[in-house]
Ligand binder design. Structure first.
Ligand code: ISE
Length: 333
């Protein structure tokens, strides 16, 4: 039984606690913490979590906590990951791993001191059955080399405080990970474009187009609409030499009535990727029990963070900017 502490008791935190507590037989959530301690207390009552800590640091140091799940706000991830890694505890950190590349590097340096992987980043799309099948076909070589990806990431709306840059660091970050994973290549250049704007935006760029070039010349374009006014819609097409692969839409009953045929679209990302999250968490627990994580690593968190940084810096320059990364440390090869 893996005894887990969860830092961050908001929406995704609660969903992960539910998974770890009730759906995965080999894990138990023994502690939780939140910046708002009342939120942690509520979660503790709701899900039968024995320990409530006032700070993430106290939870990380708690002797009963063997592994840590971080689902707090994006800008708090790095300090908690670093603290847990220093103690040699396994960590699952929701994306992004950190908001700066320098913080990702510090995490990798600390992890290397232990000479073993201690971090998995929550890039759950790699566990989605649709993306996983696309990856399998690409790697089989059946369609020849992959040449380009056309993708869309569309959210219904954003809450208060949303900023243009978050369209990359919080939203398109998933494509930044999944595209390099699908293509098996790192990025060379990146650029973000401000295009014709939607009236659904409230003070931030929407849509934006993300353009990427990989080291082997592959091309990626991602339409990022953070407020589309109609649904949560994720599309991905990989164009290969001898065919194309399209990400399947989630299952939906086809309704025929009043001379129309329709299927419902989802509106919440947590529902769209529910299966991916379930598989991801169960796999993380299983792999930790059997020796160590095998999912997206700190290097993957770093690669996405560097690309996000470059994209945000490219805004308004009308130019592709180079994506420069440190040499890949041996631990992640
Ligand atoms: C959220 O954190 C996600 O992971 C979703 O996939 C993304 O669509 C949403 O905009 C993010 O806030």
């Amino acid at each position: 039984m893996l005894k887990i502490g969860v830092i961050g008791c908001g929406a995704i935190g609660k969903k992960h606690i539910h998974r770890l507590q009730y759906l995965i037989p080999q894990s138990e959530v023994v502690a939780c913490a939140d910046y708002f301690v009342e939120a942690a207390q509520k979660v503790s009552e709701l899900y039968g979590v024995a320990g409530v800590y006032e700070t993430g640091e106290e939870l990380i140091h708690a002797p009963e906590v063997e592994a840590v799940v971080i689902t707090s706000s994006d800008d708090s991830h790095a300090k908690y990951v670093l603290e847990a890694v220093k103690l040699g505890k396994q960590v699952f950190c929701e994306k992004p791993l950190a908001v700066t590349a320098a913080d990702c590097e510090a995490i990798m340096e600390e992890e290397e001191k232990h000479n073993k992987k201690l971090v998995q980043v929550g890039f759950m799309r790699r566990y989605d059955p649709g993306y996983a099948e696309m990856k399998r076909v690409i790697d089989s070589g059946e369609l020849g080399a992959p040449l380009m990806i056309h993708a869309c990431h569309r959210n219904v709306a954003q809450g208060p405080g949303f900023k243009t840059e978050m369209g990359i660091t919080n939203v398109a970050i998933h494509e930044l990970d999944v595209c390099r994973w699908l293509l098996g290549a790192e990025y060379k250049n990146a650029q973000v474009l401000k295009v014709k704007q939607s009236s659904c935006s409230e003070g931030y760029d929407n849509p934006q187009i993300v353009l990427l070039e990989t080291e082997d010349g592959g091309r990626i374009d991602v339409e990022v609409q953070v407020a589309d006014g109609y649904g949560y819609d994720i599309q991905c097409q990989v164009v290969c030499e001898k065919g194309t692969l399209n990400l399947p839409d989630p299952m939906s009953v086809v309704k025929r009535t009043a001379a129309t045929r329709s299927t419902r679209l989802l509106t919440d990302w947590a529902d769209r990727f529910i299966e991916a999250y379930d598989i991801e968490m169960a796999d993380w627990v299983k792999k930790i029990i059997n020796g160590g994580p095998a999912g997206p690593s700190s290097w993957d968190g770093y690669a996405a963070c560097v690309a996000a940084d470059v994209l945000n810096r490219s805004r308004g320059t009308d130019r592709f900017l180079p994506v420069k990364m440190i040499d890949k440390p041996g631990l992640y090869k």
